[in-house]
Design a protein around this ligand. Structure first.
Ligand code: XMP
Ligand code: MG
Length: 183
């Protein structure tokens, strides 16, 4: 499959590589400012947040450490249920730590809401969230998100870590899928 084929699968480009990098730099500047002199643990949620984490962490200037979790949310089809199973846990002891969860997208918010309470219950002194995208029309539970890239329409998006059937994660931009791909 060449890159032309991938473009054929997309309805339109939502955010270009340049727009994403600019947004990530803005978020990183805020985070550096807010967490001055604190030893922050960035927690990336696999697999979707890999690109956000890779670029965000390199745009930050202070000391940070990184760890990863993989969770699966039980539900019907693509819908999140809020019942979450940990597939890969952190290696880090959270006692007294300032934690910043790094996510690709907030849809219903149920997964993150569960994750935030889970990390708080391990003794973290603070747990905040940074997500590149959020779909306000789909959000079912109000969770405070300290850092948000863009609020978007409730359309399925791919690229920059986001997948459809594991494809498109490698794109350096974010786009919406053409209906012929999923119908
Ligand atoms: P909830 O509903 O718990 O779930 O906020 C968030 C997770 O759902 C996935 N998700 C998407 N993945 N394009 C994707 O590739 C999308 O438009 C999309 N919307 C939700 C994603 O795994 C996210 O972590
Ligand atoms: Mg995700």
């Amino acid at each position: 499959m060449d890159s032309q084929d991938v473009k054929d699968d997309l309805k339109h480009v939502l955010y270009t590589r340049e727009q994403i990098q600019e947004k990530i730099a803005e978020l990183a500047a805020q985070i550096d400012e807010d967490y001055k002199d604190r030893d922050v643990l960035l927690v990336g949620v696999l697999k979707g947040a890999v690109m956000v984490m890779a670029d965000l962490s390199r745009a930050l200037h202070a000391h940070y450490t990184m760890d990863w979790m993989a969770v699966s949310s039980y539900g019907s089809g693509t819908k999140s249920s809020g019942v979450v199973r940990i597939l890969k846990d952190l290696d880090t002891d959270l006692h007294g730590r300032d934690v910043l969860i790094v996510e690709d997208i907030i849809d219903s918010g149920l997964t993150l809401s569960w994750l935030k309470s889970n990390l708080e219950s391990r003794g973290a002194s603070s747990v905040e969230i940074c997500a590149l995208l959020r779909k306000p029309a789909s959000v079912k539970t109000e969770i405070p998100v300290k850092y948000i890239g863009w609020d978007i329409e409730p359309e399925f998006v791919v690229g920059y870590g986001l997948d459809f059937a594991e494809r498109y994660r490698n794109l350096d931009f974010i786009g919406t899928l053409a209906p012929h791909v999923y119908s």
